[in-house]
Write a protein that binds this ligand. Structure first.
Ligand SMILES: [Zn+2]
Length: 644
């Protein structure tokens, strides 16, 4: 934002609604030197208009690459994983297409890579590294000989590559073998492959990966569950995907089938419990196909990662990466699987063109997640999950800057990882639910099925989506939908007035139970929780008043053993209350929770809350320092500000 002072205010697209900023500036200029002020205003709004047109047309501010001149279409990776030095070593051959026939400079994104050489047909060619940017890395410019259509870059990754995490045996479930996994979203693919690291450049790929002989490599590609474990593994990805979906993991992995097209890879210690927990995956795949069109990616498998994985899941195509923190034993947290599966339609098949457009990916996926959960587990569970999601959104709207509450967020000059909040997810989903309510579910489902078909294997901008809406739903239902309301959802902060407000009868009862306990009418031990699922627990705890006495907390803890709960989400809600009220009996669990779990959604709110008092901050710092070697770089970056 700072880099682009001209547009410091809310992003305002003249195509879509009147831009009032420049006219206000003009009237304020009257008393000064009117003429020159007006000229300056005109010049600056012209630059602003050009900038806005660039954003609307999908210019990616988070990549140095030049796909409009020369575009990479395929990658051949040849890498060896060295667990001693924590490096990937090898080369990549890029197939290129000249969009501008006379272009001869290929620009790639890199981050902390050591480039050994660049060759075309075995002959070295000139290359140079540009200026390093803290968030975006370093551009690599390669001068291509005339007619060259393949270029090979030999390179080594840094042991601290932002997209690669190397775990020691002690950090795994089995404690015997090391583990590696990559996490490329948003702009971390460039830390392990020199490439055009923009979601609007789609590539197919093949790969040969060498590992220690007793380990198995898997990728976001066709995986063969019966492959011989010999330390050399081959992969092909025939569908063109954006770079942030290229993924690799290496570990002591085994496979178990869950259905005809679905299975799970995990360390042996987790394999059976994961396969049981996620056994409904095949059914989820089937209902999603029936509602939104065919699954385009052949198999759908899950990879269970060690607990340091920074996210709940990552929708790497054909092989979603999943945190083990959702294996609760009762399928209560499997909406995460529905979410990652839904990405096979929104995100992986229809992709956001830039990180500003992430809501097209996450908002649609969150909407689909609710629908899949409803189809598999029924309407009551859907209503409960919708209320909890809405409360998460309300919390973010209360905490975030106004500009960060906009679906089409302005991310210029910022780290694209800043886009991740409940806004693209829950606000995006709520927007789609409003359209569904207005035109009817059947009609909206038909629209989505056609949308996924029309934009299959394309990367699109918010503006492309709006133009598509104009041509389709706005033309079909002029009495039910209007452009102004749609602009409010996409370009204004907060939750629009009159938005759908999810409610759940089951939660009305929980409110009454909580009130009765708070007023002293009911004792905690007398509350009947036998029918409660994780949803009731989260709603019960998340809506407690900000301040509770130590006696009250001790009463809850004695009645429900909250400090020792095995459910990581319930533990999170309880530990938040413990920190807010400095309930010390829970601090030992809090410490081990922070040290063993690296999922950012679960640890970040705890660090933020702890950092509010000097004692809390000192405690947080101790836990953070111990946890840091096992945390993913993204979790480190997201939380180090709270402890320093
Ligand atoms: Zn997602």
């Amino acid at each position: 934002m700072k880099k682009y002072g001209l547009l410091a205010g809310a992003l305002c697209l003249p195509v879509l609604f009147a831009c009032s900023e420049s006219s206000q500036t003009a009237s304020a200029a009257k008393d000064v030197d009117q003429k020159s002020e007006l000229e300056a205003t005109k010049a600056s709004s012209e630059i602003a208009a050009t900038d806005e047109a660039k954003i609307a047309s999908g210019v990616d501010y988070h990549s140095f690459a030049n796909p409009d001149e020369i575009r990479v279409t395929h990658l051949s990776l040849n890498l060896a994983a060295n667990f001693e030095t924590k490096q990937l070593v090898g080369d990549v051959t890029l197939d290129i297409e000249r969009i501008q026939p006379d272009s001869n400079t290929l620009v790639l994104d890199t981050r902390a890579l050591t480039i050994q050489n660049v060759t075309v047909n075995g002959q070295p060619v000139d290359f140079s590294m540009g200026e390093k940017d803290e968030d975006l890395g370093t551009p690599l410019s390669i001068t291509l000989p005339e007619g060259a259509d393949k270029v090979t870059v030999a390179y080594t990754t840094s042991p601290s590559a932002s997209g690669v995490q190397w775990l020691t045996p002690a950090q795994t479930a089995g404690k015997q073998h090391p583990f590696l996994f990559t996490q490329a979203q948003a702009v971390h693919a460039r830390s392990f492959i020199p490439l055009q690291d923009s979601p609007q450049v789609r590539v197919t790929y093949d790969a040969t990966i060498n590992t220690p002989k007793d380990l198995l490599a898997v990728m976001s590609a066709a995986n063969d569950p019966t492959t011989e474990r010999d330390g050399e593994y081959e992969f092909t990805m025939p569908q063109p995907i954006p770079s942030y979906l290229i993924a690799l993991a290496i570990g002591d992995l085994q496979f178990k089938a869950m259905g005809e097209r679905t299975g799970v890879y995990a360390e042996p210690a987790l394999l059976d419990s994961a396969a049981k927990e996620f056994e409904d995956t095949e059914a989820m795949l089937e209902v999603t196909e029936q509602t939104y069109g065919p699954y385009q990616w052949d198999r759908y498998d899950l990879l269970i990662l060690p607990p340091s994985f920074p996210f709940g899941g990552m929708e790497n195509p054909r092989l979603s990466f999943i945190t083990p923190t959702v294996i609760a034993g009762d399928k209560s947290l499997v909406s995460l699987i529905a979410h990652e599966l839904a990405h096979s339609w929104s995100g992986n098949t229809v992709t956001n063109a830039t990180w500003r457009d992430l809501w097209l990916n996450e908002g649609f996926t969150t909407y689909l997640t609710y629908r899949i959960m409803e189809m598999i587990y029924g309407h009551d569970r859907f209503k409960k999950e919708a209320v909890l999601g809405y409360q998460d959104l309300e919390n973010d709207v209360a905490a975030l800057d106004e500009n960060d509450e906009i679906l089409a967020i302005d991310l210029r000059g910022r780290n694209p990882d800043d886009v991740f909040s409940n806004i693209p997810y829950e606000k995006g989903a709520l927007f789609l639910r409003e359209i569904e309510h207005k035109i009817g579910r059947e009609n909206f489902d038909a629209f989505l099925m056609q949308y996924f078909k029309d934009f299959a294997f394309k990367s699109i901008t918010t503006d492309t989506f709006i133009a598509y809406l104009n041509k389709t739903l706005l033309a079909q239902y002029p009495d039910k939908l209007d452009a102004e309301r749609i602009n409010t959802w996409i370009f204004q902060s907060g939750i629009p007035e009159g938005a759908p407000h999810p409610e759940s009868d089951a939660f009305v009862k929980i409110d009454a139970t909580r009130d009765a306990w708070l007023s002293g009418e009911t004792k905690a031990v007398d509350i009947d929780t036998t029918q409660w699922t994780v949803h009731e627990w989260l709603y019960f705890l998340n809506n407690m008043p900000a301040s509770l006495s130590t006696e009250q907390l001790a009463e809850l803890d004695a009645a429900f053993s909250l400090t020792t709960t095995k459910n990581n989400e319930i533990a999170h809600s309880w530990l938040m209350i413990a920190v807010e009220n400095t309930y010390e009996p829970a601090y030992e669990r809090l410490y081990s929770y922070l040290v063993t779990i690296g999922r950012n959604k679960l640890v970040k709110p705890l660090y933020r809350e702890l950092s509010k008092t000097p004692e809390g901050k000192a405690f947080a710092k101790r836990a953070f320092e111990e946890a840091k070697p096992g945390y993913h770089p993204l979790t480190v970056r997201a939380n180090e500000g709270f402890v320093n």
